[in-house]
Design a protein around this ligand. Structure first.
Ligand SMILES: Cc1cc2nc3c(=O)[nH]c(=O)nc-3n(C[C@H](O)[C@H](O)[C@H](O)COP(=O)(O)OP(=O)(O)OC[C@H]3O[C@@H](n4cnc5c(N)ncnc54)[C@H](O)[C@@H]3O)c2cc1C
Length: 386
């Protein structure tokens, strides 16, 4: 019986159950046992992407024409609900970059040639992608980015830098957002696929406090030349396309945060049943019971909210408002849960080997990355007419 039980008719078909079984087996047998190894090496082996490609996990919603499974958001949600139990948020983050952050625009707006060259191998797990938006002087304010792509005949010549980029060292290509016309306002940005083997591209790795299972870096572009044919969609539509791509990123971030909170809650419940203080298990103290059930209530309520977003996406409806709310609450709940869980673990929770300790630092990211809580609230305030 799953810990979080929702009105999940969304997932209640034999096909969904079969998909979850395969995802669970993969996570439990192939990822969770290697969680510490990924943390120590600070990146995900490329073989993990290839294996996920074989299992059909890297193109769940993508057109079968490009090797995708042609399924809907409910299957993506199942995959990331299971990945929350991989015991390594950094690994889940790296995978979600590939599936829901670096490739949705390419699938939606890329030319057939671009899809052949980058999307098909990404879906097979033969190429790894990264999403390169944030810059040293512009994160929340995406329109403040400065990285320039200047047209020279059939090429873009790119100069600038990007920071905090997941999969920086692992990626074979970047989905880059660059300024192509500084005088055109929101019409002056373009999404461009940049192979990381391009001359003039380099990176430095950054040392993170959490999510250590995938690499994060600072990227440099020094006269990097790529064909104009690597443009995703229309020149000048990059900002709008990236805003659409953010919807997948934010929904997957909410699912991840919520599932990781459920996993941490289960670990903490088991710990509280075992750990004896003042002559009885922690779980027999009413104060502990109240903490645990209150956390579970919040996780379950967030799951319902997330499922509402998934339902809207499955029906093809706009879910911008609901996704902003879901990312906001899932991020906040996951850090509140992680704070209680580390407390209930006592000194052991403070050890790196403890899931509670890792969960405490890992969970902090959702409220910052992919649009901070304040950015979600800024959108929401606008959307409700404030
Ligand atoms: C581990 C990790 C992985 C990441 N991976 C990627 C990646 O793969 N690709 C990528 O492009 N980026 C990535 N990022 C960057 C991430 O998306 C940015 O850090 C985030 O968008 C915030 O931008 P910033 O760091 O520049 O903070 P700033 O924009 O400087 O904001 C600082 C703080 O100001 C507050 N704030 C922001 N806006 C408002 C507002 N309107 N009102 C009030 N307060 C506000 C928020 O609390 C925010 O945290 C990653 C970050 C981390 C830490």
């Amino acid at each position: 019986m799953p810990t979080v039980q929702t009105s999940a008719e969304l997932y209640d078909t034999p096909e969904h159950h079969a998909f979850r079984d395969v995802a669970r087996k993969f996570v439990q047998e192939e990822l969770a046992p290697r969680a510490r190894e990924f943390d120590e090496q600070g990146r995900i082996d490329k073989s993990v992407y290839r294996r996920m490609g074989e299992l059909g996990f890297l193109g769940i919603r993508y057109d079968p024409r490009w090797g995708g499974a042609g399924l809907d958001w409910s299957y993506s949600a199942i995959l990331f609900e299971e990945l929350g139990f991989a015991d390594n948020a950094g690994v889940t983050l790296g995978i979600s970059v590939q599936t829901d952050m670096a490739t949705p625009s390419l699938h939606e707006f890329g030319s057939d040639d671009l899809r052949e060259r980058f999307l098909v191998p990404a879906i097979r797990g033969e190429m790894v992608g990264a999403i390169a938006v944030t810059e040293p002087d512009a994160g929340s304010d995406v329109a403040g980015i400065k990285t320039r792509a200047v047209r020279d005949g059939d090429s873009w010549v790119i100069n600038g830098s990007k920071i905090y980029i997941t999969n920086a060292a692992t990626a074979d290509f970047l989905c880059l957002l660059a300024v192509t016309d500084p005088d055109a306002g929101y019409g002056g940005f373009t999404q461009i696929i940049v192979p990381t083997a391009s001359e003039g591209f380099s990176y430095e790795l950054l040392d993170k406090i959490g999510n250590r299972g995938s690499d994060t870096g600072l990227l440099f572009f020094d006269d990097v030349r790529v064909p104009v044919a690597n443009t995703i969609g229309d020149i000048g539509r990059g900002f709008q396309q990236q805003m659409m791509q953010f919807q997948d990123e934010r929904l997957v971030a909410a699912v991840q945060a919520n599932a990781s909170a459920e996993h941490l809650w289960e670990i903490t419940r088991d710990w509280c049943k075992e750990r004896v203080v003042f002559g009885k298990p922690l779980a027999k103290m009413q104060v502990t019971q109240f903490k645990l059930v209150e956390m579970l209530t919040r996780i379950t309520a967030d799951r319902e909210m997330i499922h509402a977003c998934v339902r809207r996406r499955v029906r093809g409806e706009d879910a911008t408002k609901e996704i902003s709310m879901a990312k906001l609450i899932a991020g906040r709940t996951s850090r509140a849960v992680a704070d209680e869980c580390i407390q209930l673990h006592g000194g052991f929770g403070y050890m790196r080997e403890s899931a509670a300790g890792r969960g405490f630092v890992d969970s902090r990211l959702t409220s910052i990355g992919g649009g901070a809580d304040e950015v979600m609230m800024q959108y929401l305030a606008k959307m409700v007419g404030l």
